[in-house]
Ligand binder design. Structure first.
Ligand code: F0G
Length: 458
C-alpha cells in the first residue's frame, strides 16, 4: 500500500470563506460582464483565478516582516534579499521591482531595439506586451507538442532549437535582442523544460553571442519536474537543480508572487554589469530606489525568506502533488484537461469541453463563467481573449489552446477544496451542451482579458 504524504506544515490561522446562492452568483457574473477578473472576491468561494500573490506565508516569513528596514536608501532588508538571491539563484546583480512586470519592463526597455525579435517558448501576456511596447517582435519557439493538449510529453515547455535556427537564418543574430526562456511555461499549462533543453538553449545562444534571460517566475516548480522526470536528477536536491538551471542563464525576471510565496514583489537579476547599470538608472524613474524597487522593506524580508522555503523538497513536492490530485480526479472522470498536469494549475480544455461553441464566441470565457455560477469557484480564461490582437494587423490572435485555468495558490486550500472544484467541473461536463457562447461588448486596447466585458449569446 502506498502511504499518504501530507502537507509539511500545519495551519495556525484561518480565513473564513463566504458561500453564496446560485441566484446571487448569476447576478454577480452578469454584473462582472461574464469576466471572472471583474468579480468581487467576497462573491467567490474557492478562488483559483491565480496563484499570483495569493499564497499563504509561513510564520517565519511573517516574523521576518517585523525586521523590515524601511529606510529610503540602502535598507538592510535589500542586502538580506541580495544575499538570498545570490545563494539560491546565483546571479550577481539584484534589482527589486514592484512585481514581475516591472522587471519585464526594465529588461525590455534596456535590451530591445525596435524591430528586433524576442523568441519565447510560447508567450506570457505581460512579458510579450512589454517586448512589443519596446518595439520588439514576439517569436514563438516552443516545441509543437505544446500546442496539443493530449500529447504526454514530459517536457512540453521545451524550446525547439530548429525554430531558433530558422529565425537566426532569416534575421541574423543582430536581429534578435535576447532569448526569453520560461521554465515552466504558464500559458502552455505549466509545462516544464528539461535541463538538457536548457543546456541546448545555452549552447545555441553561445554560438551566436545572444543573451539568455529566463522568466524564472515558477522555476522552482520546474526544478521539481526535472527531479521527477529527467534521468540523473532523482537523488538531487531541488536547491541544487534550481541553481544548475540558473547557471545556464545570463539573467532573469521574476514575479515573486509565485515561487517566492509572497503577496507582492518581483525582481530582475543579471550577471551583466552594463545592463544592471542601465536598469538601475531606469528603476528610479519607474519603481523607486534600486534598493527597494517599489516595495516596502518588510516585503523584501518576506521574499528573502520565501526564496529559501521555495526550494525545500518536501514543500515543493506537496505543492505540485496537490495540483496533480485535482488533475487526476478530472482525468478519471473523463473531463478534458491539458496533459500532463503542470506545476501551478489544472487547465480545462475548453475546445474539447464545449465543441459546440466556436472560438470566436469565447468558449473558455464562457466555461469560466459557468463554473463560477455552478459552485462559486473562480478560474481564468487562457484562450483567445488572453491572446489579444496582432499589433500589426489588428486581427485576433487565434491560439491553438483554448483553456480555462484552475490555478492553485500555494499553502492555501486543502484537498477537500480540490474535491469541491472537481465535482463542479464534472457536473458541468455532464450538462455541457447547456453552456452558451458569449459576445464581447467592451474591449480594452491592451491586455484586454483583465477588463473586457461580455454578454451571453441567445
Ligand atoms: N511571468 C509569468 C510566467 C507570469 O505568470 C506572470 C504573472 C508574470 C510574468 C508577471 O508577473 O503579475 O507579478 O507582474 N502571472 C499571473 C498569473 C498574473 O495569474 O499567471 P506579475
Amino acid at each position: 500500500m502506498s502511504r499518504t504524504i501530507a502537507e509539511p506544515y500545519k495551519i495556525k490561522m484561518v480565513e473564513p470563506l463566504r458561500t453564496t446562492t446560485h441566484e446571487e452568483r448569476e447576478h454577480a457574473i452578469k454584473e462582472a460582464g461574464y469576466n471572472t477578473f471583474l468579480l468581487h472576491s467576497d462573491d467567490v468561494y474557492i478562488d483559483l483565478l491565480t496563484d499570483s500573490g495569493t499564497n499563504g506565508m509561513s510564520n517565519i516569513q511573517w516574523s521576518k516582516m517585523f525586521l523590515g528596514d524601511e529606510s529610503y536608501a540602502g535598507a538592510s532588508s535589500y542586502y538580506v534579499l541580495e544575499e538570498a538571491m545570490r545563494e539560491i539563484y546565483g546571479f550577481k546583480h539584484l534589482i527589486p521591482t514592484h512585481q514581475g512586470r516591472g522587471a519585464e519592463h526594465l529588461t525590455s526597455i534596456t535590451r530591445v531595439k525596435p524591430g528586433q525579435y524576442v523568441p519565447m517558448n510560447m508567450y506570457f501576456t505581460t512579458t510579450r506586451a512589454h517586448v512589443e511596447m519596446a518595439g520588439g517582435i514576439f517569436y514563438d519557439c516552443i516545441i509543437d507538442e505544446a500546442h496539443d493538449t493530449k500529447i504526454l510529453h514530459p517536457f512540453k515547455g521545451n524550446v525547439d532549437i530548429a525554430k531558433l535556427q530558422k529565425l537566426v537564418d532569416e534575421v541574423g543574430p543582430e536581429g534578435i535582442a535576447y532569448l526569453n526562456v520560461a521554465p515552466p511555461v504558464n500559458m502552455a499549462g505549466g509545462q516544464p523544460m528539461s535541463m538538457k533543453n536548457l543546456r541546448e538553449v545555452r549552447a545555441f545562444a553561445d554560438r551566436y553571442k545572444l543573451p539568455v534571460i529566463y522568466d524564472a517566475t515558477r522555476a522552482a516548480e520546474n526544478a521539481y519536474f526535472i527531479q521527477q522526470r529527467e534521468e540523473g536528477y532523482k537523488d538531487k536536491k531541488i536547491k541544487d537543480i534550481f541553481r544548475e538551471m540558473m547557471s545556464l542563464a545570463d539573467g532573469c525576471t521574476v514575479s515573486a508572487k509565485k515561487d517566492n510565496i509572497v503577496n507582492i514583489g518581483g525582481f530582475m537579476a543579471t550577471n551583466d554589469d552594463y545592463y544592471a547599470l542601465k536598469a538601475r538608472e531606469l528603476v528610479v524613474v519607474f519603481e523607486g530606489m534600486p534598493t527597494y524597487g517599489g516595495l516596502a522593506g518588510r516585503d523584501l524580508e518576506a521574499m528573502a525568506q520565501g526564496m529559501h522555503e521555495m526550494v525545500d523538497d518536501a514543500y515543493i513536492a506537496s505543492r505540485i502533488r496537490q495540483v496533480e490530485y485535482l488533475g487526476q480526479r478530472l482525468i478519471d472522470a473523463g473531463v478534458p484537461v491539458m496533459q500532463p498536469i503542470g506545476g501551478h494549475a489544472v487547465f480545462l480544455d475548453a475546445t474539447a469541453f464545449l465543441p459546440h461553441i466556436p472560438q470566436e464566441n469565447f468558449p473558455a470565457q464562457a466555461l469560466a463563467a459557468a463554473l463560477y455560477v455552478d459552485s462559486g469557484v473562480r478560474s481564468m480564461e487562457r484562450g483567445i481573449v488572453s491572446a489579444g490582437r496582432d499589433p500589426k494587423t489588428g486581427k485576433d490572435n487565434k491560439p491553438k489552446l483554448e483553456l480555462v485555468r484552475l490555478t492553485i495558490p500555494r499553502r492555501v486550500y486543502t484537498n477537500l477544496h480540490m474535491d469541491v472544484v472537481a465535482e463542479s467541473c464534472i457536473e458541468l461536463y455532464k450538462h455541457r451542451e447547456q453552456i452558451k457562447g458569449l459576445k464581447m461588448v467592451y474591449e480594452p486596447e491592451s491586455l484586454r482579458f483583465f477588463q473586457a466585458r461580455f454578454e451571453p449569446l441567445p
